[in-house]
Design a protein around this ligand. Structure first.
Ligand code: NAD
Length: 370
């Protein structure tokens, strides 16, 4: 059996490539080695036993050639960022998925299963409950509210407080360019998979962490940012007030989820959350990092916020749990692995892009005026 892993030089894709090789698959990787993720070119961890194609998933000829002789497609290439080049998100994430199906259907390629990497981002601001007015799906907090430093999502009926609910697969409510592109990708894949009889599954990952997360790109998240800043004795910058919640899942648990849905026919045609099911505030996360890496500069809660960020995002993992998956690794394992990865890569690179300055310049990172 041959599997094509798009984005297989990246963080999650490379762990999948390793696992597929261990399971006896022939592995082909298609990756454009995006400069923001891989400024030093092909990473050393990409297994020599995998066939590597340097190319873009949006290029028809390249994708068609990468699909020859393939049984399984694991579609993990994506454009992820906070920057305002909106059209690129749709182009890479959604159009590439439509092209994948166009080629498989048009050329009658005998692909047996497709797994696409979706995201928790599709939930947008998620699902909330007001004690007096019941459940609702909020619009994102308004620029006016955020400017006041008024961070929590409020009930649209009474303006009072509301409780975030675990995110369940039946809903979606995306607003920002990445989230919209991921939902478009997922709908394209599940819809065309169903209509053309190609077993397809979408996995909505929560924030995934572990070894091989790029130390360079803006999107690689809180673990990279906090750890690299603490190691440089710089203050850990927390957006908003640090009480926003997220759930963090270890990359090996994500790999297990992929292997499970590959095997299970019951998964076909469905989207599943892949997360920890556990809420962690960004403040708790920062303290967790500071317990590992003492940093005299401590925390910096400056009241800045990112346009398009959600307040609370914690996924329910019940649906995939019914198929037998459960997340096994927590924050300690994530930090152990990430710190080991920094060390084994020779420490923090001398020149890291200044994500905070770039986001300020692009109008993505803003200051509350309270
Ligand atoms: N890491 C997370 O927390 C997370 C959360 C939710 C969803 N996801 C999804 O999981 C997938 C993998 O994410 P990751 O964290 O491993 O990202 P990553 O940036 O480490 O890897 C993505 C890989 O795709 C490649 N790529 C980007 N554009 C490409 C293109 N046009 N053609 C070919 N290759 C291209 C990049 O060079 C990179 O190697 C993505 O689809 C992402 O949207 C990730």
């Amino acid at each position: 059996m041959r599997v094509l892993v798009t984005g297989g030089a990246g963080f999650i894709g490379s762990h999948l490539a390793d696992r597929f090789l261990r399971e006896g698959f022939q592995v082909r990787i298609l990756d454009s080695l995006e400069h923001r993720v891989h400024p030093n070119g092909l990473p050393q961890y990409v297994p020599a036993r995998a066939e590597f194609i340097h190319g873009d998933v949006t290029d028809r000829n390249v994708l068609l050639s990468a699909l020859q002789g393939v049984d399984i497609v694991s579609h993990h290439a994506a454009y992820q960022d906070y920057m305002p080049d909106f059209s690129r998100f749709l182009q890479v994430n959604a159009v590439s998925t439509a092209l994948l199906f166009e080629l498989i259907v048009g050329q009658r390629l005998p692909v047996k299963k497709i797994i696409v990497a979706s995201s928790q981002a599709v939930y947008g601001e998620g699902q909330y409950r007001c004690l007096d007015h019941g459940g609702f799906q909020p619009v994102p907090r308004s620029p006016h509210q955020l400017q006041r430093g008024d961070w929590e999502v409020l009930c649209p009926c009474c303006g009072g407080s509301a409780q975030p609910q675990p995110l369940e697969e039946r809903s979606n409510n995306p607003y920002n360019q990445y989230a919209v592109s991921k939902l478009a990708q997922e709908k394209t894949a599940l819809g065309l998979g169903w209509l053309h009889g190609i077993p397809t599954v979408a996995l909505r990952y929560s924030i995934t962490q572990g070894k091989r997360q790029s130390l360079y790109n803006h999107y690689s998240g809180v673990c990279r940012i906090f750890c690299t800043r603490a190691l440089q004795h710089l203050p850990l910058a927390l957006y908003e007030d640090g009480h926003q919640t997220r759930d963090f899942v270890h990359v090996e648990d994500v790999v297990e989820a992929n292997m499970l849905v590959l095997e299970k026919d019951e998964a076909n045609g469905e989207a599943f959350n892949v997360g920890s099911g556990r809420a962690t505030t960004i403040l708790e996360y920062a303290h967790h990092v500071l317990n590992r890496i003492p940093c005299p500069a401590g925390l910096d809660v400056s009241g800045e916020y990112r346009r398009g960020d959600n307040r609370h995002s914690v996924s329910s993992v019940e649906k995939l749990g019914h198929l037998g998956w459960t997340p096994k690794r927590g924050l300690d394992a994530i930090l152990d692995d990430f710190l080991e990865w920094i060390e084994s890569s020779g420490g923090i690179p001398a020149r890291l892009p200044d994500a905070i300055a770039d986001m300020r310049a692009a109008g993505v990172l803003l200051s509350a005026t309270h």
